[in-house]
Design a protein around this ligand. Structure first.
Ligand SMILES: [Zn+2]
Length: 342
């Protein structure tokens, strides 16, 4: 644990969060969630935990959907004070099952970023294919080569499976998009596995009807591409197809609306200089990354986000502005210059 993290742990309960909340009152924080479950799964928000967080936001902050925040800025020429945005990525069905009822009951806005090819059930999200493959294995029968690394023969436990998952995902993300799909198919082949025809229930997407119902209830349905590639690993014309194709599918199924966009995976290596301009050209009012740094939300097409989920310590650090403050103190900038469309 670093010095900053230790200081935050000590300061937080002693008024550090309160201090951060005041200092950062004009710097909206955008929180990032992925999956929800009951009973709890590590890293995923359980309904109890999520409700506690939503209630905290409702009591202490001004909640907005991301598009709501963008519209406020357009109208007033400044950001609202103490604004917090809940965002959820991908379009898994568990959002509808566990998170939406809580948001609805408490009258809270939020933004859900949907991968439209996934909603259409034309594909599963590719990281889930790797999860599925590794979930089928209890034992590696012979030395297995996965890209640049070799896995020795032996039994797999949760820890080694998780390690293998991380390395496989990192390798897949380093490949041009077509090669990534080839790699995943080759891995299944090599292990003698055949993917099921439909998307397995545990990786299932929301339906367009569910998205429509949520949109009508005040949840923004934003864009997250068609196939969820790393946009750092595609050509400019592929990126255009992913961004504009996603916009068109959302408008077709849900009606034309102002929306925002989320870059898949969203780490510094998932960006190319031309992306913000493409997203702006497609008509999205703003876009988010999946990492925080000192830039905060200063570039409307590269707004930074703070991770949230089942960890209350991380939640408080993120929501109060303490995490943002930490990055500002360090002057931490994870993405180089050359990205325009501010
Ligand atoms: Zn995603």
């Amino acid at each position: 644990m670093g010095f900053l993290s230790r200081s935050i742990r000590k300061l937080g309960p002693l008024g550090g969060y309160q201090f951060a909340r005041q200092i950062c009152r004009n710097q909206p924080r955008i929180l990032m969630y992925h999956r929800f479950s009951d009973p709890p799964v590590k890293g995923w928000a359980s309904p109890e935990c999520f409700e506690q967080q939503v209630r905290h936001i409702r009591k202490r902050y001004n909640p907005y959907s991301l598009v709501g925040l963008m519209k406020y800025h357009r109208e007033h020429g400044r950001m609202p004070s103490h604004a917090v945005v809940i965002t959820v990525d991908d379009g898994y069905r568990d959002f509808y099952e566990y998170a939406f009822p809580i948001l609805q009951r408490l009258g809270m806005p939020a933004t859900l970023f949907a991968t439209t090819g996934f909603i259409d059930r034309q594909l599963w999200l590719w990281p889930d294919k790797i999860t599925w493959i590794l979930g089928q294995l209890s034992h590696i029968n012979q030395n297995l080569t996965i890209g640049p690394f070799t896995v020795n023969e032996g039994a797999l436990n949760d820890e080694s499976r998780n390690e293998l998952w991380k390395r496989s995902i990192a390798y897949a993300l380093s490949l041009p998009d077509e090669e990534k799909h080839e790699f995943i198919s080759a891995l299944a082949d090599e292990l003698g596995l055949i993917f099921p025809d439909g998307i397995p229930e545990s990786f299932a997407p929301l339906s367009w009807d569910e998205l429509k119902k949520m949109q009508e209830a005040g949840i923004e349905i934003g864009g997250h591409t068609v196939t969820h590639p790393s946009l750092g690993q595609v050509t400019e014309s592929q990126a255009r197809d992913e961004i504009f194709g996603c916009r068109d599918a959302l408008n077709q199924h849900l009606g034309r609306q102002d929306r925002t966009f989320c870059y898949p995976n969203g780490q510094p290596s998932d960006f190319q200089y031309f992306l913000p301009e493409l997203v702006r050209e497609a008509g999205f009012l703003g876009a988010v990354t999946a990492f925080p740094d000192a830039q905060g939300i200063s570039n409307r097409y590269l707004m930074r986000r703070h991770a949230s989920g089942d960890n209350m310590f991380q939640f408080h650090k993120a929501v109060s502005g303490f995490e943002l403050l930490g990055h500002c103190v360090k002057g931490d900038r994870k993405l180089g210059l050359g990205y325009s469309a501010t």
